[in-house]
Design a protein around this ligand. Sequence first.
Ligand code: SF4
Ligand code: SF4
Length: 459
Amino acid sequence: MEKIKQSKFGYFFIKEDVVCAYHSIKMSTLYFDKKYYEEVKRFICANGTIQISEKALKVINRLKELQIIVDFSFDEKAYIDSILPLLIKDPHVRVMVLHMTDICNLRCKYCFIEGNIKSDYCRKNMTEEVIEKSIDKFVQITKDKKFRKRPAIVFYGGEPLVNWSVMLHGLEYLQEKYPQFSVDKVLITNATLLNDQIAKELKKHDVGVSISIDGPEKCHDVNRVYCDGTGTFKDAVKGFDILRKAGIEPSASCVMSKETVDKAEEVIRWLVDEMHITALGFNHVSIVPSLNYYDEKYENDFADSVLKVQDIIQKDYPNVYERRMNHKINCFIDKQIIRADCTGCGEQFSVSTTGEIGICQGYMGSRKTFNNSVFDEDFDPNKDEVFIEWSRRSPFTMPECYNCPALSTCGGGCPRNADVLTGTIWNRDLPFCHFAKKAQEWLIWKQFSLNRKNLEYIG
Ligand code: SF4
Ligand code: SF4
């Protein structure tokens, strides 16, 4: 009989009296009673040469079928090489991030754009000419292509509403010149400059709005302040009212900083109960040298808080969608590998106020990756080596991720974080790993607790 081994992609998770065997690529699970675990392990170690109970043998046979146990000669490297062509993609740009301005009326203490801007940097607003050229370039790149999600234009900053007149010009230009172009439009705003007229125009142009709000006043105002240090909470909340009066239902983008990470329950209950938000996303504070360094405790606390929030949402607010976890949950249920978590990995380009094209908005201060221009008729991300390199980045192209149970549900986090921390996008985004690994285990046990009757369980 051929020797056997536990697959490199096979894992055993144990919780109380249950074991979950999991294949990190096939995303298949087998739950069984912990009383068989020692027998199963001994059987694997002895290459199947010892006698074990009938039930333990049943577990072994299923583990073989699920390839969590494989023949000793099974070539794991050849296996992963065989699926790589399905996962390595060329750039497929469907998102354009427009930096309407480098100027912001706030001084958020954790701002990764501010933290990256050089002291001699000259701040500018995007011009009408640049926004027109950007839209032309985006249409040129995306037209006649098929996407799994609709193309999207993201209005970003600084605070984009500082340059509202040019943003409005862009919306009108898009409508007049490309009336048939099907595209989502999203404004990311601190909401403090909103007024009824702006809200009316946003509604007219069908712009989705995401408001940055970090929770109730004491959580929000700890970091999100005006230049004079006063809190922005009241004005941000007013922004929700203005949008709703115009018929727009905003989503929320919420940063859990070191100061607020232990207040996750209070924050989610306030966002849903008081602000009636049904779509939101939690973010952690980006790594910016000299501002925020990698802090293992904070990253672990952040991961725990996002998972705690998801527990609360599932129990009390089933209609609420939290972007970060819901994406993972859906992919786990559908056994859909998350190839890359960051749209910068082949799906987006960013445009600076002066029309330079780069990949990630996080480099706006340094202009790293911003090697092209909307004024270059010939620019094609599919022929640009930086875009091609970023589009290849995935845990599946990073061998140090092969030994990780979160391989298929992770997506590799933020390449810019990895670059800032280690000098290359090809290393792991360590801060994100904490979250991705905890989330993987959470998915396994949440599935078991919610769906035990329909899952395969050997008891
Ligand atoms: S590299 Fe990081 S900051 Fe840049 S787009 Fe991707 S996830 Fe966002
Ligand atoms: S959690 Fe970290 S090690 Fe695991 S797949 Fe993601 S990036 Fe790689």
